[in-house]
Write a protein that binds this ligand. Sequence first.
Ligand SMILES: Cc1ncc(COP(=O)(O)OP(=O)(O)O)c(N)n1
Ligand SMILES: Cc1nc(C(=O)O)sc1CCOP(=O)(O)O
Ligand SMILES: [Mg+2]
Length: 505
Amino acid sequence: MNKQKPLMWIIAGQDSSGGAGIVADLLTTHDFDVTPSVVISALTAQNSQQLLGVEPCSVDFFKLQFDAIAMLQPCAIKVGMLANLEQVDVLTQTLHQLKRQQPDLKVVIDPVLVSSSGYNLGDVERVARFDRLFAEADLITPNIPELMTLTDTSIHSPEDLVKAAQQLAQRCQCAVLAKGGDSSFGERCVDVLCHFGSELVLSAPRIDTAHSHGTGCSLSSAIAAMLAHGYSLFDAVVAGKAYISRGLRLAVGQNSLPGAVAHWGRADQFADYPVIESSKTEIGRRYSALSNWPVAPQTAFARLDEQPGFYPLVDCFEWVEKLLHAGVRTLQLRIKEMAPAALKHCIFQSVQLAKQYRAQLFINDYWQLAIEAGAYGVHLGQEDIAANAVDLEAIARAGIRLGVSSHGEYELLRALALNPSYVAMGQVFATQSKVMPSAALGLTRFRQLCTLVDDCPIVAIGGIDLDNARPVIEAGADGLAVVSALSQSHAYLETIAKFNDIIGE
Ligand SMILES: Cc1ncc(COP(=O)(O)OP(=O)(O)O)c(N)n1
Ligand SMILES: Cc1nc(C(=O)O)sc1CCOP(=O)(O)O
Ligand SMILES: [Mg+2]
């Protein structure tokens, strides 16, 4: 059965060269599997170097286009070039109404005030009118000239860029992705997402190409499309940025003229994905990154001796014992509530028994006890690592393996940056065993994420049972972590045997 794609509205201008504007937007929506509806703001006569003219759409016809698509309820809206302030006002009202009816609607605005081909709608007076429009946005994506116009500041350094982005985010009460690609602050291109007290600093290599027309349109469309699919803002920005890096890498132009960024599918190579900077990296510090995500320790984490395979998570020694007797080779002790003395006893007892079986026993959360007990490995979530000042160097030096959770593109990149012994990805399917802050990935997205991982075992987790295990393995998992498939099984030995059969096929 064909699944309906999410709907996305695009409000933008037409570019006669096809490199930017609505053509770039449509090619992007195609690559991201969303169904577009279109409101044209203007016809433009332009190419990658020159803007020859703009023919704005009349306000009445601009409105009529909205009337025509009113029944096609969008999950996200991308706004690109607007031709005049009347259009800005009509759109502001339309978005205001739509957002009242549908509070989860996502709006991404690429404030096309200053384009690479010479378009300029941005003087200070006009900017004030845009503020009302931006108040309806979830995200705005200015480049440096636009950010300078919108904040009436000069940007000559990373500090200026961050300050201006924060100022705009505060003023308009929405997230701001400041695109630093035009800057000459360093060898790498750095984008900063300011988002209500948190921020994301992304860096990517500068790609030497003349074919960059349409990057701003394509990036904002890619982000809006990802939001339409229900991705988090951080995941959408990371995937959007990777899409542009891939497009720039593959762009060839036409007839030896500078041309447009390529639209040849979503990024499926790790190399196209940005680095997520933090206060622990040099670039992150220059851009005042707030995140304290650590860098990989000097000592590499020990590797797994065997692929994780069938990987049950249990909460007591009795289960550890039963599973080891049953021949399970990789398992996790995941205890959420136990008095400290009993907890320590349980961990030490389990580690000792697992050693006798030469099994790969991971201790969840309690990394200090895991080091003390000499455990095979520890498993940590991203909150555990970010919040608890985990001593990764101590874990690695003790020869203990590290597994790290991830729930999408952004967390996967952060996890891989630590060079862990395995990375867990979840929840693949909806789980009943834990309250999750994010939606299930589903098989398609899980498969896409797997393509980004080269040399690190992947453990799939969340809602995995005997009925859905096979496609998860086929999608790229090296291990299947389960809670309820085992704890709720009436015949656990049989269940283990069946999982092993599926994994071994
Ligand atoms: C194999 C595996 N994957 C994911 C998790 C979840 O870890 P975390 O995000 O830290 O959540 P808690 O398990 O601590 O609730 C895991 N434990 N194991
Ligand atoms: C502990 C845990 N972590 C998850 C993640 O996605 O990080 S899902 C999960 C629970 C998995 O239980 P079940 O196999 O019963 O769905
Ligand atoms: Mg945890």
